[in-house]
Design a protein around this ligand. Structure first.
Ligand code: MN
Length: 244
């Protein structure tokens, strides 16, 4: 299979520079300046880690295909719809997905499927990092205990949600408008944003997310996923969302 991989050396050099620089500088490097009122297309950024960073839990080949092909295809689909209906370009893909029902009917399906696919994956890449057994921290750890009884009880419920999505979809830990946590499922590329629920953690259970390594064994993939949840990021995101 042909690999269209940016040179690993280049990526490593990029990461070294990110580590060496400030977070703000890294964000500027990753996002070239764009006029605030310019067209807001779906832009595929490189993964913020090497393709093999999640091995052995999620394999490098899956990450290549998932990011470079599937994610790119959702971005392309969204951009095609947005260019056909330029009013969409005034706001982010996330904002359009959140306001799906108010969009012109002609683009609702494309925004729901391709826009949803783009924003779901954009978020998904950020929650992944090998965690060496670490769990949720701070406010999120407390909120999980309060809501589910314990981290183990949360895992049981999240695992069940991920395992029982029929066909293709996602399981989420999301924050509702009343700031309470809930475990949710969405089908296909539907986003929790459309229901005004903000994702805190999500797992992609489309077969393309796991089939190369786990074939039909989705429960094994879901079990392995707990090793690659970036709880530091997820806990920080929860704290930020709660601040409003
Ligand atoms: Mn996917």
């Amino acid at each position: 299979m042909e690999k269209e991989q940016p040179s690993r050396t280049d990526r490593r050099e990029f990461f070294s520079s990110v580590v060496a620089g400030s977070v703000a500088a890294a964000a500027m490097l990753a996002r070239p300046a764009q006029a605030a009122d310019g067209p807001q297309l779906a832009k595929v950024e490189p993964l913020p880690y090497p393709y093999d960073a999640l091995e052995p839990y999620i394999d490098a080949e899956t990450m290549h295909l998932h990011h470079d092909k599937h994610y790119q295809s959702y971005a392309d689909g969204y951009n095609k719809a947005a260019q056909a209906q330029p009013s969409l370009l005034a706001v982010s893909p996330e904002a359009n997905v959140a306001n799906l029902a108010s969009l012109p009917e002609s683009v609702q399906t494309a925004v729901r499927n391709s826009g949803g696919g783009f924003v779901n994956h954009k978020f998904f890449w950020t929650v992944l990092k090998k965690n060496n057994g670490a769990g949720p921290q701070g406010e999120l750890a407390k909120a999980i205990d309060a809501k589910f009884g314990s981290f183990t009880a949360f895992q049981t419920e999240f695992t069940k949600a991920a395992a029982t999505v029929f066909g293709s979809g996602w399981a989420w830990l999301a924050l509702g408008p009343d700031n309470t946590l809930a475990i949710e499922q969405t089908h296909n590329q539907d986003s929790t944003l459309t229901a005004k629920h903000r994702p805190v953690l999500g797992i992609d259970v489309w077969e393309h997310a796991y089939y190369l390594k786990y074939q039909n064994r989705r429960p094994e993939y879901v079990a392995a996923f707990y090793n690659v949840i970036n709880w530091e990021f997820v806990s920080g995101r929860y704290a930020e969302l709660m601040k409003g």
